[in-house]
Design a protein around this ligand. Structure first.
Ligand SMILES: Cc1cc2nc3c(=O)[nH]c(=O)nc-3n(C[C@H](O)[C@H](O)[C@H](O)COP(=O)(O)O)c2cc1C
Length: 169
């Protein structure tokens, strides 16, 4: 298998989303970077990163811990999709911001990013996760829209499947 999911999660929401995405993509491997750090990331060519936003627009702490190493990973030739978690009601000005830091770094490093999504159906003032009017990945809000999580995951995994799973190399 050339594809895997790497996520961090403080209270378990991103973990659950990662597992659901894995299930939807024929049970691809899932790594908690709080346990494995940045190890193994460069072994994979097709990668999904899970990034919850914490502390007013910051990456969750396990992401912060690997950040120096992460920045040195060469993503040229790799295909990457991103999912993020946030709370649009409590943090309408920093909604899912942390996805952007990872997105910017991946783009700089030459990754091909897939799985942008529409901002329709969310209510927030601003979000760094929006580039050219789209989220840079799948955004899940378990606090305010848990009933939409499964359908959002289904639509997104259907869309990225060809790039992440059925890629030939
Ligand atoms: C103290 C605290 C700070 C948070 N800060 C933000 C934030 O700045 N932006 C945002 O969109 N969500 C924020 N959230 C919401 C989390 O992203 C959300 O609860 C998410 O589901 C957490 O995922 P995890 O438990 O997998 O880490 C915050 C939540 C808490 C409890």
């Amino acid at each position: 298998m050339t594809c895997a999911i790497f996520y961090a999660s403080k209270s378990g929401y991103a973990k659950e989303v990662a597992n659901k995405i894995s299930f939807a993509l024929d049970e691809i491997r899932v790594f908690d970077i709080g346990v494995t750090g940045s190890e193994y990331i460069s072994d994979y060519k097709h990668i999904i990163f899970g990034i919850p936003t914490w502390d007013h627009g910051q990456m969750q702490k396990d992401w912060q811990k690997i950040w120096d190493d992460f920045k040195h990973i060469d993503f040229k030739g790799k295909t990457v999709a991103i999912f993020g978690l946030g709370d649009q009601k409590k943090y309408p000005d920093e909604f899912a911001d942390a996805m952007r830091y990872v997105y910017d770094d991946l783009t700089k490093s030459g990754a091909t990013i897939v799985g942008f999504t529409s901002t329709q159906g969310y209510q927030f003032n601003q979000s760094k996760a929006v580039v050219d009017d789209k989220f840079v990945g799948l955004v899940i809000d378990e606090q305010n829209q848990p009933e939409l999580t499964n359908i959002r995951i289904k639509n997104w995994t259907d869309e990225i499947k060809a790039d992440i799973l059925h890629a030939t190399s």
